[in-house]
Design a protein around this ligand. Structure first.
Ligand code: HEC
Length: 305
């Protein structure tokens, strides 16, 4: 399931085979897969396993809401009124500790996306979606399955103003109705409701180092550069050139030759202390040779003349 957002056209729309070759082409992912799974192989099952593990680790119950429920903190007046508004109008669907329920529902959005009906084939499921968790909702804009709302205020206005008769069962995509009454928020209500929703933000999620951007955080895993000396001779070359380096323990070195657009035009690997790079009909020009060993790498400029 964790792969769905990667392949779904409405989200990343990425072919898994293309994704795998992109990950293989980075200087650091093969090494990271080896660290996690004992060898460098990148497969969709491994990607799913790693991502699922990461997603599960995002369950950090240290929000202000959790602290208040534990008796460690107290809501401001706005948050308290917001909680009441939430319990009255939203809790039916955004229930339990996660503020979600698994059963797909319509929240009265009009949409051309078949939603749950795509899975069941039942017309009565048109436009029904899983009720998402509202934990950390402040951090995950835009909102709804198609990201149509940019802010929580817009969401609150939608639930209030755009729906003449907000009802548990009203589904504009199927016509099913069961009225549970109109929500009518004014600006103060919307501010209070938003204040409450913001208490669902985990503190750790935004401050724990393990959730920081690995490319920004100086302490996180980073590709290290290869320190060995590589002699590439001749360079520029015409037919072929040789790459020589020390490799006493017969470790595996992987080479990717990339053109100036960054596309890989040639890949090879060796456990020896050298390799021959053949022209193989490549056009004249400037290339970049990426050399990797585990999660270490370096890049050398190569010219074909
Ligand atoms: C009838 C059930 C129902 C009720 C009542 C309801 N919601 Fe929802 N809510 C949903 C469903 C279903 C979705 C997912 C819709 C989609 O993805 O298009 C959703 C989506 C959302 C989202 C977007 C989540 C995201 O990650 O994109 C927010 C925010 C939200 N609801 C807040 C509220 C608030 C605040 C209330 C009360 C004013 C409320 N909901 C009442 C069913 C409901």
């Amino acid at each position: 399931m964790v792969l769905q957002p990667i392949v779904h056209q409405g989200e990343m729309g990425k072919d898994l085979e293309v994704l795998i070759s992109k990950l293989e082409d980075t200087a650091f992912y093969p090494g990271l897969f080896e660290a996690a799974f004992d060898d460098e192989a990148i497969t969709s099952d491994r990607i799913a396993e790693a991502l699922a593990q990461f997603v599960k680790s995002l369950n950090v119950f240290d929000s202000k809401y959790d602290q208040v429920k534990d008796g460690q903190a107290s809501f401001t007046e706005a948050e308290l009124i917001g909680e009441e508004l939430f319990n009255e109008n939203c809790l039916t669907c955004h229930s339990s500790h996660q503020f979600s329920i698994l059963k797909p529902l319509s929240n009265t959005l009009t949409t051309t996306d078949p939603g749950w009906a795509e899975v069941t084939g039942d017309e009565l499921d048109l436009g029904k979606f899983k009720t998402p968790s509202l934990r950390n909702i402040e951090l995950t804009a835009p909102y709804m399955h198609d990201g149509r709302f940019q802010t929580l205020e817009e969401v609150a206005i939608f639930y209030s103003d755009s729906i003449p008769n907000f009802s548990y069962y009203y589904n504009p995509n199927t016509g099913q109705t069961f009225n549970i009454g109109q929500i009518d928020f004014d600006d103060t209500d919307i501010n209070n409701l938003t204040a409450f929703l913001q208490t669902l933000t985990s503190n750790g999620l935004t401050t724990l180092e393990k959730f920081s951007d690995p490319f920004q955080n100086p302490n996180a895993v980073k590709p290290q550069s290869l320190e060995e000396t590589f002699v590439i001779y001749p360079n520029p070359f015409n037919d072929k050139t040789t790459i020589q380096f020390e490799n006493p323990n017969q470790e595996r070195y992987v080479f990717h030759l990339k053109n100036s657009q960054g596309q890989t035009v040639l890949s090879f690997s060796t456990n020896e202390a050298g390799a021959v790079l053949e022209r193989n009909g490549l056009p004249i020009g400037v290339y970049f040779l990426e050399i990797k060993k585990g999660d270490r790498f370096r890049i050398d400029k190569i010219v074909i003349k």
